[in-house]
Ligand binder design. Structure first.
Ligand code: HEC
Ligand code: HEC
Ligand code: HEC
Ligand code: HEC
Ligand code: HEC
Ligand code: HEC
Ligand code: HEC
Ligand code: HEC
Ligand code: HEC
Length: 331
C-alpha cells in the first residue's frame, strides 16, 4: 500500500512538472515531445547494462539492451507490472548477472527472460520482458491467430532486437555502464541514438506472390482446395499494421511466410507441406500430424485464435466442394 502511494505521488509530481513546462514553452512544444523524460519521471529511453557484482568483469557477455520506457508506459497501465516490489528503482539493484540476496538470487538473465514464472499468492506476480510480451500476443485477437500456430524459435536475431547495437557507444562507456558508473545524461544520449537508428522491417510484398494456391495433394473425396493465399497475407498484415511490439520483433521480411511455412529456413519459395507431412502417420516422426490433419490444424488453429466467423470449422463446404456435387453441377 505504502509503495503504491509512493508511485502515485511520483507520477503526480511529474504531471505537475510537465504542466509547468507546457505553460513555459513559448512555441507550443508539449512536454510529451521533450525526448528525455516521461510523465512518470523515468527517462524516456535508457540503456540497461549487464550489471555485475564483479568489479573487473569488463566488456564480456551480451550487448546491453536499449529500453523504451515511454512506449511501455503508454501501453502498460500499471507501474507495478514491472516494478513488482512497488519501488521504481533499477532492477539491477536486486538482480545482477550473478544474482544477490536482495533479489532472492534471481539473476538478471532470469529476471529478464523467464517464461515459467509461477503465479504468486497474495502478492504481485513479477513479469520478465519475455513473459509479458508472450502474454500480449496470446491475449490480443489480432496476434493470437498466428501465435496459436507459431512456436517462437528465439534465435540470435530475436536476441538482437533487445541486445542491440548502439552505434555511438565507446568501449569506455560500456565498461562504465556495467560497473554502474556511466553518467546519467550519457546513458540517455546513447539510448536516443540507438532508437533513432532503428528501421522497421520491410515485409515481403504480398502483391509479388502467388495470389491463389491450389491445394490438391489430397483429393479423394473433395475437389482441390483453392486457397486465397495473397488475400490472407494482406489481411493479416493489415490487422497488425503499426503495432510497435510486432514491428520490433517481426524482424525478417519472410516472417509472415514462416507462420505457415514453418520448420525450414525462410524462403520465398517454400516446400509444399507434403514434403514433410506424409498422407499417413509417419513412423519416423509419430508426433507430426499427417497431411490432412496438418492442413486442418493449421487453418483452424489460426481461425480459432482470431475468432474468424467465416468459415466455421464445421462448415466443410466453405473450403470443400464435394466431387459429386461438382459433377452434378457440370451436367
Ligand atoms: C525482450 C528483450 C530481450 C530479449 C529478446 C533477449 N534479452 Fe537478454 N536481456 C534483456 C535485458 C533487459 C537484460 C538485462 C540488461 C543487460 O544485461 O544488458 C538481459 C540480460 C541478458 C543476460 C545477462 C547479462 C549478460 O550479459 O551476461 C544474458 C546472458 C542474456 N540476456 C542473453 C540473451 C540471449 C542469449 C538472448 C537470445 C536467445 C536474449 N538475451 C534475448 C532483454 C532481452
Ligand atoms: C514495462 C515495464 C515497465 C513499466 C510498465 C514501468 N516501468 Fe519504470 N522502468 C522499467 C525498467 C526495465 C527500468 C530500468 C530499470 C533499470 O535501470 O534496471 C525502469 C526505470 C524506471 C525509473 C528510473 C529508475 C532509476 O533510478 O534509474 C523510474 C523513475 C521509473 N521506471 C518509474 C516508473 C513509473 C512511475 C511507472 C508507471 C507510470 C513505470 N516506471 C512503469 C520498466 C517499467
Ligand atoms: C527491491 C528488490 C527488487 C527489485 C528492484 C526488483 N526485483 Fe525482481 N525480484 C525480487 C525478489 C526478492 C524476487 C523473488 C520474489 C519471489 O520469489 O516472489 C524477485 C523476482 C523476480 C522475478 C521472478 C523470477 C522467477 O523465477 O519467478 C522476475 C521476473 C523479476 N523479479 C523481474 C524484475 C524486474 C524486470 C525488475 C525491474 C523492473 C525487478 N524484478 C526489480 C526483488 C526485486
Ligand atoms: C508488462 C508487460 C511488458 C513488460 C514487462 C515488457 N514489455 Fe516490452 N512491450 C510491451 C508492450 C505492450 C509493447 C508494445 C507497446 C506499443 O504498442 O506501443 C512492448 C514493446 C516493446 C518493444 C518494441 C517497441 C520499441 O521499444 O521499439 C521492445 C523492443 C520491448 N518491448 C522490449 C522490452 C524489454 C527489453 C523489456 C524488459 C526490460 C520489456 N519490453 C518488458 C509490454 C511489456
Ligand atoms: C502473420 C502471423 C503473425 C501475426 C499476425 C503476428 N505474429 Fe508475431 N510472430 C510471427 C512469427 C512467425 C514469429 C517468429 C517466430 C520465430 O521466432 O520463429 C513471431 C514472433 C513474434 C515475437 C517474438 C517472439 C517472442 O516470443 O518474443 C513477438 C514479441 C511477436 N511476434 C509479437 C506479435 C504481436 C504483439 C502481434 C500482434 C499485434 C503479432 N506478433 C502478430 C507471426 C505473427
Ligand atoms: C478452413 C478450411 C477448411 C474447412 C472448414 C474444412 N477443411 Fe477439410 N481440408 C482443408 C484443406 C486446405 C485440405 C487439403 C486440401 C487437399 O489436399 O485437397 C483439406 C482436406 C480434407 C480432406 C482430405 C481431402 C480429400 O479429398 O479426401 C478431407 C476428407 C476433409 N478435408 C474433410 C473435411 C470435413 C469433413 C470438414 C468439415 C467438418 C472440413 N474438411 C472442413 C481445409 C478445410
Ligand atoms: C496463412 C498461411 C500462409 C502464409 C502466411 C503464407 N503461405 Fe504460402 N502457402 C500456404 C499454403 C497452405 C500453401 C499450399 C502448400 C501445399 O500445397 O502443400 C502455400 C503455398 C505457397 C507456395 C507454392 C505455390 C505452388 O503452387 O507451388 C509459395 C511459393 C508460397 N506459398 C510462398 C509464400 C510466401 C513467399 C509467403 C510470405 C510472404 C507465404 N507463402 C505465406 C500458406 C501460407
Ligand atoms: C520442412 C518440413 C515441414 C514442412 C514443409 C511443413 N511442416 Fe508442419 N511440421 C514439421 C515439423 C518438424 C513439425 C513438428 C512436429 C514434430 O515434432 O515432428 C510440424 C508440425 C506441424 C503441425 C502441428 C503443430 C505444430 O506446429 O507442432 C501442423 C498443424 C503443421 N505442421 C502443419 C503444416 C502445414 C499446413 C504445412 C504447409 C503449409 C507444413 N506443416 C509444412 C515440419 C514441416
Ligand atoms: C495465420 C492465420 C490463418 C491461417 C493459418 C489460415 N487462415 Fe483463413 N482466414 C484468416 C483470417 C484472418 C480470415 C478472415 C480475413 C478475411 O476475410 O480477409 C480468414 C478467412 C478465410 C476464408 C474466408 C475468406 C476467403 O478467403 O474466402 C477462407 C475460405 C479461409 N480463410 C480458408 C483457409 C484455409 C483453407 C486455410 C488453411 C490452408 C486457412 N484459411 C488458414 C486467417 C488464417
Amino acid at each position: 500500500m505504502r509503495n503504491r502511494t509512493k508511485l502515485l505521488l511520483l507520477a503526480a509530481i511529474a504531471l505537475v512538472g510537465a504542466a509547468c513546462l507546457m505553460f513555459r514553452e513559448p512555441n507550443g512544444i508539449m512536454a510529451a515531445d521533450a525526448p528525455e523524460h516521461t510523465e512518470s519521471g523515468a527517462q524516456a529511453a535508457m540503456v540497461l547494462f549487464p550489471a555485475s557484482d564483479k568489479t573487473n568483469r569488463g566488456a564480456v557477455g551480451m550487448k546491453p539492451v536499449v529500453f523504451n520506457h515511454k512506449v511501455h508506459e503508454g501501453k502498460v497501465q500499471d507501474c507495478e507490472s514491472c516494478h513488482h516490489t512497488g519501488d521504481p528503482v533499477p532492477c539491477t539493484s536486486c538482480h545482477t548477472v550473478e544474482g544477490k540476496a536482495e533479489g532472492n538470487f534471481v539473476n538478471l538473465e532470469r529476471a529478464m527472460h523467464a517464461t515459467n514464472i509461477a503465479p504468486r499468492k497474495g502478492q504481485r506476480t513479477p513479469e520478465s520482458c519475455v513473459s509479458c510480451h508472450a502474454k500480449v500476443y496470446a491475449q490480443r485477437v489480432e496476434c493470437a491467430g498466428c501465435h496459436n500456430i507459431v512456436k517462437p524459435s528465439r534465435s540470435d536475431q530475436w536476441c538482437a532486437v533487445c541486445h542491440t547495437d548502439i552505434p555511438t557507444m565507446t568501449k569506455e562507456q560500456l565498461v562504465a555502464g556495467i560497473s554502474g558508473k556511466l553518467d546519467h545524461e550519457e546513458n540517455i544520449a546513447l539510448a536516443q541514438a540507438a532508437l533513432a537508428a532503428k528501421k522497421p522491417v520491410d515485409y515481403l510484398d504480398p502483391k509479388r506472390m502467388k495470389y491463389k494456391v491450389v491445394i490438391d495433394s489430397l483429393k479423394d473425396k473433395y475437389e482441390a482446395n483453392v486457397f486465397n493465399h495473397a488475400r490472407h497475407i494482406v489481411s493479416l498484415k493489415r490487422q497488425i499494421k503499426g503495432d510497435a511490439l510486432a514491428d520490433a520483433f517481426h524482424s525478417t521480411p519472410e516472417v509472415f511466410c514462416q507462420t505457415c511455412h514453418h520448420n525450414s529456413p525462410a524462403s520465398q519459395t517454400p516446400s509444399k507441406c507434403i514434403s514433410c507431412h506424409t498422407p499417413n502417420i509417419d513412423k519416423k516422426h509419430p508426433g507430426r500430424p499427417p497431411l490432412k490433419a496438418a492442413y486442418h490444424l493449421q487453418c483452424m488453429g489460426c481461425h480459432d485464435g482470431m475468432n474468424v466467423k467465416r468459415p466455421r470449422k464445421t462448415d466443410c463446404t466453405a473450403c470443400h466442394k464435394l466431387r459429386t456435387a461438382q459433377q452434378e453441377e457440370s451436367k
